[in-house]
Ligand binder design. Sequence first.
Ligand SMILES: CSC[C@H]1O[C@@H](n2cnc3c(O)ncnc32)[C@H](O)[C@@H]1O
Ligand SMILES: [Zn+2]
Length: 465
Amino acid sequence: MFVFFTQIVIAQNNYNLGTQGKQNVQLIVNSDFVVTMDEAQPVIKNGAVAIRDGKIVAIDTQDKIKASYRARRTLPGEGMVLMPGLVNGHSHSAMVLFRGLADDLALEDWLQNYIFPAEGKFVDENFVRVGEQLACWEMIRGGTTTFVDMYFEPEVAAEVVDECGLRAMIAPSSIDFPSPGFQGWDDAFASSVNFLKRWKGKSDRIIPALAPHAPYTVSPEHLTQAIRAARHYDVPLTIHLAETQTEVQDVQQRYNATPVQHLENLGFLDPRVFAAHVVWPNESEIALMAKRGVGVIHNPDSNLKLASGFAPIPAMLKAGIKVGLGTDGAASNNVLDMWKAIRLTALIHKGTTLDPTAVPAKTVLRMATLGGAQALGLADKIGAIKTGFQADLIQVHLQEPHLLPLYDVTSHLVYAADAKDVDTVIVNGEVLMHKREMLTVDINKIRREVVSIGEKIKAEFRPSN
Ligand SMILES: CSC[C@H]1O[C@@H](n2cnc3c(O)ncnc32)[C@H](O)[C@@H]1O
Ligand SMILES: [Zn+2]
């Protein structure tokens, strides 16, 4: 039996060995710099990554990779930095179709008087299909390789994500009042549970999760039902939390507790939970989230635009909370551009604390990659360039004037680069964009369909324009 097993292993290794003793791999990606997010070897100059079966099999200098591996395809890397793909930890992807529909409003006014009515009127399968396609196009362009999608019509969203090749945590939304396709909590939640039963363990690119909307729109009984289901099915759960001062006052009045404490009182907080925003936690709530292992996704663009405030990110990081970055939906941002979130994160906390060392560049880049992966519970697979991790990688081109000269790669990635500098995007070892050419989405078709839906929304929702 042992001999038989050994023969199989030797046969497999021989299969991977090409001529000259080199191992066959699917792809080698070279770059002037490889920024790994791995403490053991943070940045490799003239580095390369070898990929087989969608996973990283080796990271080393280009010379060493070339000496040991033979690839079906090799991507050159002159003038490039290779890094893990960006993890957008909070979005409502199909809301790209509401981009610019309602600006310069506070969250409550924006949601109650504009967004919820617009969703009631326009969100259906076709809306989500076209919106999701547009969002995936935009995210690939900007180097996002994994995103959390907290929205409606999750089957349609999953189909689109599957087609375009991205990785997504799809978290169908459940709320206590009528929402697109549902009369209230019971049918929305039942449908969310059905979605995760269908998708759990089915694909390594589509990860199902639960998403009760927020403590001010979901009753304590329903929040308890949601966390119990998340534990039962062993899936992540995401929620909007402590986003505005109005929410804090509202939850305090209704439940005699601040939002994070309210969830603690319900036995809700644990490491599978990650919360979006968390702009207004008090000191003891920060300690509580750290103790319970709750992740936080910081959405600086949306928090500024909706005048929600500045999340106390330096204090959260100091407490040891897993913090990632997100864009939120494009109706409150108005772009799904992680580079803008990176830059804002690196700037605003210095301004609010009057401390230039608050949230340094390296910390921000980590938040946009490995930190996000940790918050989502995926840090054993994505977020870093490490052997055995999924090959979710981006090449950023460092030759444009705003990136010259070059002293420090991390500095440029955080303070100077933007979405247009992303040259190549790879997910699971598959190339989705190369030299900025989109390879998995039909951009002309999407553009036509978006314009057509936009005309309809404009005519019905903003007829005076
Ligand atoms: C349950 S998630 C889907 C639901 O959330 C709405 N939404 C979008 N952005 C925000 C935000 O910043 N805070 C609260 N709710 C938000 C979205 O429009 C969907 O109705
Ligand atoms: Zn949101």
